[in-house]
Ligand binder design. Structure first.
Ligand SMILES: [Zn+2]
Length: 342
């Protein structure tokens, strides 16, 4: 982790906010990369960190090192609602008066997430997981993930600027535009800086990790399709430097987009091969896919949950393309190939 904020472009600084202890893995994704951009009236900040006192103190200390303070932040833009991005929004807003900016699609989900534990944990998530063929003992993993994340979301947040539609100017210098890039979440936004050809990519495009496309009971059916569409949408932008929310900044933008597109093509083929001539649940299919985190038998609850959801995203796209079809069996969703003889 960088000890102090550093300049990544003219008037643009990177601040690393570490994940909460216990949520850190050995992987590189254990910090949120936040950015401060110099606008006319003050800073526009992109993303925050988990809602936790140590993260907040760390952020304040980093601002000190830059000889600035929370009071200089005029806008806080959240690329998406996940807690490692939105978590500190309310604390920052309370201390600075900054206007919080997010897209309506994600604001809707954030409200549902923090409003009622009943809706989020029990009445929604568990039956949904069951319908994917997740066996009873493993439902705990889904429950754990749903409840683990909740406390790190911002409480009582009211965004000041709720973006609608595809692109919106943000800040006051005219250099920054928020672009709707649904997929990782339905209301994910990237920020494009036309002046310096920078792309603040959030979790849409990362240098090594393939961003998770994880449908849930709160999201729509076509997340992966939207994601691939969003990759194609930004691919032709003139980008000299990508400033993502995890890992590290990088320059080979269109090449990286092509790699991610190819990765999903490969995974779609893997899912088709995993179904073969069977009729199988997403849970069963996920076990046949090769995952980077290791083999299924040794995977922990969390990774299994992510694997099943990622598998479901690919199944939904294959269904949309007419390659697979759903077959309901006693309330459980199974899939088969359309051209299979079984
Ligand atoms: Zn993230």
């Amino acid at each position: 982790m960088e000890e102090r904020p550093h300049k990544v472009a003219p008037g643009t600084y990177l601040i690393e906010v570490p994940f909460i202890l216990g949520l850190r893995s050995k992987s590189k994704e254990s910090v949120t990369l936040c950015y401060l951009i110099e606008e006319e009236a003050g800073w526009l900040m992109i993303d925050s960190g988990y809602n936790d006192g140590a993260s907040f103190n760390h952020l304040c200390h980093q601002l000190d090192l830059l000889n600035t303070s929370l009071q200089q932040i005029r806008w806080l833009l959240l690329t998406h609602y996940h807690p490692d991005h939105s978590g500190l929004a309310n604390r920052i807003k309370a201390a600075s008066g900054a206007q919080v900016i997010m897209h309506r699609q994600d604001w809707t989900i954030l409200q549902a997430t923090v409003s009622s534990s009943e809706v989020w944990n029990i009445h929604g998530m568990i039956p949904w997981a069951r319908s994917l063929g997740v066996p009873e003992p493993e439902l705990e993993g889904f429950y754990h993930i749903a409840s683990l994340g909740r406390e790190f979301f911002p409480r009582g947040l009211e965004p000041d600027i709720i973006l609608e539609g595809e692109t919106n100017p943000v800040g006051d210098s005219g250099r920054l535009h928020a672009i709707l890039t649904p997929g990782h979440t339905p209301g994910h936004i990237c920020v494009y800086d036309r002046r310096d050809s920078l792309l603040f990519s959030g979790d849409h495009v990362l240098v090594e990790i393939t961003p998770h496309i994880s449908p849930s009971h709160l999201t729509s059916q076509d997340q992966l399709e939207q994601y691939l569409e969003s990759l194609r949408k930004v691919r032709s932008l003139d980008v000299k430097l990508v400033l993502p929310a995890h890992e590290r900044p990088f320059t080979h933008f269109s090449k990286r987009v092509d790699e991610i597109l190819a990765h999903h093509d490969h995974r779609l083929a893997e899912v088709v091969a995993a179904i073969s001539d069977r009729v199988a649940t997403p849970w069963e299919i996920a076990q046949q896919v090769k995952w980077d985190v290791g083999c299924w038998a040794e995977m922990d609850h969390t990774n299994r949950v992510l694997a099943v959801r990622e598998t479901l995203a690919h199944l939904q796209l294959l269904e949309h393309r007419g390659t697979v079809m759903q077959v309901e069996r006693n309330g459980v969703t199974t899939y088969r190939l359309v051209n299979s003889n079984s």
